[in-house]
Write a protein that binds this ligand. Structure first.
Ligand code: ATR
Length: 267
């Protein structure tokens, strides 16, 4: 039951109607008897600063989950950023401290890798094609690099961002490179879609599915729809698939802990 004591958390996104996080987080609060609620907030790009300013001034707001397209924008607007957020330049959670300071951090990388491993897919030693170079893709690139993939190829619509990310990751994976051409999945063990293509029903596929090989695993970070066009196309090609929901499921405990909403308060 929501009362005057209930702590409020938000998830900011644009669009927001597709996000699964409120449902999963509110189930978590109920299961752990945490007196908190998470609500979706549709925030346009130009309004992020105003919304964070409002959070500073609302003592019963405990923080925010941050998703597309705000993950990079929030980092310089917070008072403090955790190690992952600083390394990646993007964050997916913001905690409001009791004195109204905002602390952000990034859990997408750990969540994605943990989700893969939980499904028995271990990218260690594998050749990986990563589609995207935004906030989530950067987090995933560093997580895969830290886990010891053999090679990482990054493809992105804006090529400079792919080059920049590849250069930063190359310290950990010397074979990391950005591709200038269209993404070619041939010869890769794992393909990860970390673009936002697939969120909308009329989005094109992020790569030519006809080029997918049977032995390749195709992982998605889009959670809604659960079966994206890419997942369907990859399955039709005989590939193993990994749905986006695993990344969130794996992160929920970490996010709740970071936001200070992982256990019931003492009465
Ligand atoms: P997130 O934080 O979830 O990663 P983001 O930082 O906005 O969100 O990144 C979105 C990713 O999807 C980017 O790689 C973006 O490509 P650009 O860097 O060129 O913007 C990619 N993306 C979004 N819309 C796209 C489209 N229509 N075609 C191809 N890539 C797209």
């Amino acid at each position: 039951m929501i009362t005057g004591r209930t702590r409020v958390f938000g998830i900011i996104a644009d669009p927001v109607h597709h996000v699964r996080t409120p449902q999963v987080m509110n189930d978590y609060f109920a299961a752990h008897r945490v007196d908190a609620v998470m609500v979706p907030l549709n925030v346009a790009r130009g309004d992020v600063e105003t919304v964070l300013e409002a959070v500073r001034r609302l003592p019963n707001v405990g923080g925010l989950i941050v998703t597309v397209p705000h993950k990079a924008a929030v980092v310089p607007l917070c008072d403090e950023a955790g190690e992952q957020a600083r390394l990646i330049g993007a964050a997916n959670a913001i905690r409001r401290t009791a004195d109204g300071r905002l602390v952000c951090d990034m859990f997408d990388g750990k969540g994605f890798l943990g989700g893969l491993l939980a499904q028995g897919i271990d990218p260690k030693g594998q050749r990986v094609l990563l589609l995207g170079a935004g906030g989530a893709a950067s987090a995933i690139a560093f997580a895969l690099a830290g886990h010891g993939v053999a090679a990482l190829t990054i493809a992105n619509r804006t090529r400079d961002k792919a080059r920049d990310l590849a250069a930063r990751v190359a310290a950990a994976v010397p074979s990391c490179l950005a591709t200038d051409g269209p993404p070619d999945p041939a010869g890769h063990d794992l393909v990860v879609n970390a673009t936002s293509l697939g969120l909308k029903a009329d989005d094109p596929l992020p790569l030519d599915a006809g080029a997918l090989e049977r032995g390749t695993t195709v992982a998605e970070i889009i959670m809604q729809p659960e079966r994206t066009a890419l997942i369907e196309a990859a399955e039709a090609r005989g590939c193993r698939v990994h749905a986006g929901r695993h990344m969130l499921d794996e992160q929920i405990r970490l996010l709740a802990e970071f936001l200070g909403a992982d256990r019931a308060e003492a009465a």
